[in-house]
Design a protein around this ligand. Structure first.
Ligand code: MOS
Length: 769
């Protein structure tokens, strides 16, 4: 994530800023961005058939001989020490192999948390089960291993723990009075000041100055967090549900005092990650229990277990103040606030990121603080920061537009910047206003009345709202790809990448086929295993570009090698890599189709069964030189019941600008999935945190509400498909942008329907009565 950007930036930014494009590796236009064959085609998932047949084996389904099942006992206080532990009854229960507590757990180093080292992937840096200290309500205080899951669960219920509780910080209201400025926010400065924004606000012709609040949100991937773990001598084998394969291997190695290569992580199928499937305590506990018992261990968290051990999106309180001049441009843009965090992680919910690059203003004050609480370490959750940050910023813009009697889309036209407004760097590719124009036309924005409450059908009040969506482009360094091209004209591309249901494997197979001039059936994309060339994590919507960068680099080596093997008797004789292109299972001289030779023929003549090449992606220098982001405009129509306050979303349209779209089918699903998750964020999701005990009170899908079929209207998605000249394949990330702006689009529509501004999520009916 941004730690890499931060480190590399300091060294290279100056040099890069003045370098022409062709000197910037990774920033020269990829010719593939303009191809319209397999790139962009709505290819169905390559892993689809296996999944619907139940043949895809997930982490909790790997069978191992003599395996024991784990169950966890969670602490019931937020802070203090374990006073007494009685495990005797549990140990005597049927089928029990082991009860592990801090007293008998193997000695382990504390895991290194995200951002503290390039490959650190732990959600928190607390030691796991090493002493009597309790740090949050729900922390694991004992683990039971038994012959079956039922026996383990029963025995866990017999463990008796008493505590010496200490005062805990479990109230956000109190914690925020002690908020501190973090050293950085994911590698970026915690605050930016440009001009005197407060003074500009005071003198502005139009002003709004508002506070928005967002609650905790928990992860609810369909697949529960799980791992099946075994030791083979001093080698640790982990079948994990993970979006950070190599990072988990590295971090687990550091916990157990091993070399990274002594840990192998396999994660071919993941049932949703969303930022929550990195390294948490359960994998460490399973490995420790396996070591202690000498048996393979399966740990599969219950839904409640996920709430207790896996952090999600954290509470925020945000101030957005906007000052506008009579011509509708901004004199001041202020976005400040505080997010809850713990002292043992560094995930400050970057809600001020959108305000740093979206709109032009004369003066800026952007600052975010964190408030330390005693709770499970909050973690990444789909568009961390941007999802809740756009709620506040985009609602505030809607309020300002109303105060100015300006259409909200017209307001955005007047404040569209020419360069990144706070950094001054050029945009690589930005077509935000086009997404508004196309979206507005298709959605019928022109039919909206600016007067709240004007639309009514019986007891249903009808309104429309819109908001900007945005998420940064990111490509991570360090990933590699191997291409194995065999004499029968089949290519296998391998990298330790992650397929969590987004379509990674499908899209990269399309990419390889197009780049090598092969049919889909002639390519295999191998991923999900640390024995493959090192991959880059699936996070920050970066994976597609990161893998593509590595494949491009490997393909360059492959073409050179093929031309060398082709020799003097080939129609390709004497050509350089830059002179040739791939098609129909071979290479040809650009512009001269008759000078073509198949891979098969090249390899046969050279008496080779295969060619194998491997290369690393170049450094992501494009992100140093350009301000690179995905954009979108979200349009929402709601119907709010005037009697009950019930809100139904009746129509939704997402209009996106995310560079080249690589697969129309899987991309549409990513956008829609993000929007649906955004409807949950806007209208129903809310982790209820007991401010007396620090315990999450609704750790189940019965009490934590997420959108289901009947809550989701048909969602329309469109995109510009304009390639970014500075990214691999011309693509931007699409995994997270879908959720951004949705909270605001819904809230603005609710206002347009009812005349009520709801400045605290979720927008439940009690707030509308
Ligand atoms: Mo994402 S929250 O980086 O999986």
């Amino acid at each position: 994530m941004s730690i890499f950007k931060d480190a590399a930036q300091k060294v290279m930014q100056t040099a890069i800023g003045i370098a022409p494009d062709r000197w910037v590796p990774g920033a020269s236009p990829d010719p593939m961005r303009l191809k319209h064959g397999l790139i962009g085609a709505p290819v169905s998932r390559v892993d689809g058939p296996l999944k619907v047949q139940g043949q895809a084996r997930f982490a909790a389904e790997v069978p191992l001989d003599n395996m024991a099942y784990a169950a966890i006992v969670h602490s019931s206080i937020a802070r203090g020490r374990i006073a007494t532990l009685d495990t005797a009854k549990a140990e005597a229960a049927p089928g029990v192999a082991l009860v592990m507590t801090y007293r008998n757990a193997p000695r382990m180093a504390a895991p290194m948390s995200f951002m503290t080292a390039p490959k650190a992937s732990a959600a928190s840096n607390l030691p796991v089960m090493q002493d009597a200290q309790v740090h949050w309500n729900g922390e694991a205080v004992a683990l039971v291993l038994a012959q079956t899951q039922e026996q383990a669960d029963y025995a866990a219920s017999l463990v008796r723990v008493t505590y010496d509780a200490e005062p805990a910080m479990v109230s956000f209201g109190v914690a925020k009075t002690n908020a501190r400025s973090p050293a950085s926010v994911l590698g970026q400065p915690a605050s930016i000041e440009k001009g005197d924004a407060e003074a500009a606000l005071k003198n502005a012709a139009f002003r709004i100055d508002l506070t928005y609040r967002t609650p905790r949100y928990n992860h609810n991937a369909i697949e529960l967090h799980a791992a099946t773990v075994a030791w083979d001598g001093d080698r640790l084998i982990v079948h994990d549900a993970s979006q950070t394969l190599n990072m988990n291997a590295w971090t687990l190695a550091q916990v157990f005092g091993l070399e990274e290569k002594q840990v192998s992580v396999h994660s071919p199928y993941v049932g949703g990650g969303f930022g929550g499937k990195c390294l948490a305590s359960h994998q460490i506990l399973a490995a420790a229990a396996s070591k202690l018992s000498g048996r393979p261990v399966r740990i599969a968290l219950s839904r409640e277990g996920v709430y207790r051990l896996i952090g999600g999106r954290t509470t925020t309180e945000q101030r957005v103040a906007l000052g506008a001049k009579p011509d509708g441009t901004l004199a001041a843009l202020i976005h400040t606030g505080v997010a809850a965090m713990t002292a043992h992680n560094d995930c400050p919910e970057q809600f001020t990121f959108p305000a740093r690059h979206l709109y032009a203003a004369d003066a800026y004050r952007i600052a975010q603080e964190v408030a330390d609480m005693d709770m499970v370490a909050n973690n990444f959750m789909r568009a961390p920061g941007e999802s809740v940050g756009t709620y506040a910023l985009e609602c505030a813009l809607d309020e300002l537009a109303e105060a100015m009697q300006l259409d909200p889309i017209e307001l955005r036209r007047r404040i569209e910047p020419e360069t990144d407004p706070t950094s001054g760097t050029a945009f690589s590719s930005r077509h935000l206003l086009e997404t508004y124009a196309k979206g507005a036309e298709r959605f019928g924005w022109g039919k909206r009345s600016a007067t709240p409450g004007a639309g009514r059908e019986g007891e249903w009040l009808i309104g429309m709202g819109c908001a900007t969506a945005t998420y940064p482009y990111l490509r991570l360094p360090g990933g590699a790809a191997r291409i194995r091209l065999t004499a029968d004209g089949h290519a296998t591309v391998s990298t330790a990448a992650h397929e969590m249901g987004m379509g990674t494997a499908t899209v990269q197979a399309q990419h390889i086929a197009e780049r090598l001039g092969l049919a889909m059936e002639q390519v295999t994309f191998e991923y999900g295993d640390t024995s493959l060339p090192e991959g880059s994590m699936a996070g920050g919507s970066s994976q597609t570009a990161s893998i593509a960068g590595a494949i491009i680099a490997a393909n360059e080596v492959l073409v050179k090698e093929l031309l060398r093997l082709a020799g003097n008797d080939s129609p390709l004789a004497g050509l350089k890599a830059e002179d040739v292109e791939a098609r129909d299972g071979g290479l040809y001289k650009s512009g001269e189709l008759t000078r073509w030779e198949s891979y098969r023929s090249i390899l046969n003549r050279a008496r080779r069964d295969e060619v194998v090449v491997e290369a690393q992606a170049p450094m992501p220098l494009e992100i140093m030189k350009y301000s690179m982001h995905s954009y979108g405009a979200q349009f929402c129509e709601v119907r709010v019941n005037a009697v009950t306050g019930e809100t139904r979303v009746s129509r939704f349209l997402g209009s996106f600008d995310c560079g080249r779209i690589l697969n129309a089918k899987t991309a549409a699903s990513q956008f829609k999935g993000g929007i649906i998750m955004g409807l949950g964020l806007a209208l129903m999701e809310d982790t209820l945190f007991d401010e007396r005990s620090g315990r999450i009170m609704n750790p189940s899908l019965a009490e934590y509400h997420i959108p289901v079929q009947m809550d989701v209207p048909e969602i329309d998605v469109i995109w510009t498909d304009i390639p970014d000249p500075h990214s691999p394949l011309g693509a931007h990330g699409i995994g997270e942008i879908g959720i951004t702006g949705v909270g605001a689009a819904v809230a603005n529509a609710v206002y347009n329907a009812t005349g009520k501004r709801i400045r605290e999520l979720p927008i439940t009916l009690d707030k509308l009565m």
